[in-house]
Design a protein around this ligand. Sequence first.
Ligand code: SF4
Length: 686
Amino acid sequence: MENKVLTVCPYCGSGCQLYLLVENGQVVGAEPADGRTNEGNLCLKGHYGWDFLNDPQLLTSRLRKPMIRKEGVLQEVSWEEAIGFTAEKLNAIKEKYGPDAIMGTGSARGPGNEANYVMQKFMRAVIGTNNIDHCARVCHGPSVAGLTYSLGDGAMSNSIPEIENTDLLLIFGYNAAVTHPIVARRIVKAKQKGAVLIVADPRKTESARIADTWLPLKGGTNMALVNAFGHVLIEEELYDKDYVSNFVQGFDEYKANVEKYTPEYAERITGVRAADIRKVMRQYAKSDKAMILYGMGVCQFAQAVDVVKGLASLALLTGHFGRENVGIGPVRGQNNVQGSCDMGALPNVYPGYQSVEDAKIRKKFEKAWGTSLPDKTGYRLTEVPHLILKENKIKAYYIFGEDPVQSDPNAAELREALDQLELVIVQDIFMNKTALHADVILPATSWGEHDGVYSSADRGFQRIRKAIDPPGDVKPDWQIISEVSTAMGYPMAYKNSEEIWDEMRKLCPSFAGASYSKMEALGGVQWPCPSEDHPGTPYLYQGNRFTTPSGKGQLFACEWRAPLEQPDAEYPLTLSTVREVGHYSVRTMTGNCRALSQLSDEPGNIQISLEDAAEHGIADGQLVQVYSRRGHIMARAQVSGRIKKGATYMTYHFWIGACNELTVDYLDPVSKTPEFKYCAVRIEAI
Ligand code: SF4
């Protein structure tokens, strides 16, 4: 082997370390490394997912040259022309409509933390707006908001390796076997070591199959079940009175709210047996070490922030914080969605979760960046279609490492919105569906072709490294953004990713001690890491000091609300979006891997229950049309005994069978996260 390069897998927030095997300037394989979270193991995406670097063009082409749309057609141009065109157009739009007419995204995928830092700095210091957001908005946005309100930090309280050493796992709306196989491995090990496993999920997922108790709740009833859990803890005096009185506030309001959520009342809403609700809360409260893990089955509802607060409340009531093997874990999906949040690719915070509305903090960034900065929170990603079509407020959109036409809800409306803009900039590695609407395309280096840092789901900074030279005439993301910035009159002249990282560290107290050299020496550093001599923080809230303004954990009273679009005679089934194990996000990477692309292919499947299949005369494997109030698509029926009658499930990976033609764009009022997990559909056999 010519070369082995240590890096981090780009396919989920587990943050598994691996070696890329390089021969003759090409990646030819991958081997597991002994990383903190994976300890020498990889899932099949870690083993085989590197192949897109060789650009087999199975699904779509690698972008190799900048392009500008001329007379309706995207044409290859020089970098000089592409950067000049982009800068001139952005300056003109800023001049004519003001900075807030421009929206930008960060990227939770390959680019890394440094590129996200540079992008948010560009939007704030150069454009002059806080209109920067990214795909956390459509996944764990409710975790950032809900956990910040409840505990102070919007991240996993504990670490991935701790999962296997707890006494009880409460897994809520989270299918680890598909989304984070290496986390699923920890769940299996916990079970083997004797932990009690409780799974709340409408589907009989892999975790549900090995659970001690499976709570098959109806879709859209999370809050009712979580409130019933709280009811049992208080009614049966299972909560830790000393802990609550010393470290928690909001108890009286919380108690009054959950009073009516008796297990019997909750059973009528959720379908979960009252006896099981009581049983699992007795087990949870009496366990010395208990941990909650949750995923998109919590976050992708219009009541997601409330449910996140509700889950945090259960851990606060029982004192499951401030130690090893306890706490609450929002397990981040995309590989660097934690990192793009850490770097401030959000409309309300600078890097390090520092508020843009805090004058003292703003002054610190103004001094460092040498310019005045906007003082109000920017637009959220999911508000963009409405802001373009209904309010005429956005004129240009700089889409960096995202493919919202494939990944965001109500795709037809988004396409219509993009086509009304004066400027759409797409910066990516593949010609994706959003790029078809671009006025300018800026081709970037991929994971494996640049250096930097990713953040794992458990707050772990880890180095990613360049293994090969990129194909064609492409540049690192941070360099492209810097060149646009310079052309707009704000020079940025970073020499490498470490220089960017060090600038960021100086501005972020929680990350200040996480240097490249410390990551090299320790393999990674978990934040908070406030100083050079600090080793990092495996679990938060030591001494039960929460990072809320009061220093106490906050209980919240939240009533259950039913999802907004209910089934009816015309659309009698519900649709929820999910993932499948062999593919990742919008599938441009895994769809261009020879091994992974063979696991499943177009059109995407729709999972349907045995009862509904029989009722609609649909056989397993049959092609069907799926209709919602927003569109219709073709899919292949996957008839399954693990699905409840009345519910269907689709992945968002596929172009044919693109389920976001069907999904609804109702948003959580706080996080603005869409209700991907619930809309009404009809299925017809073709
Ligand atoms: Fe990669 Fe996630 Fe699999 Fe680990 S669990 S190898 S990070 S996809």
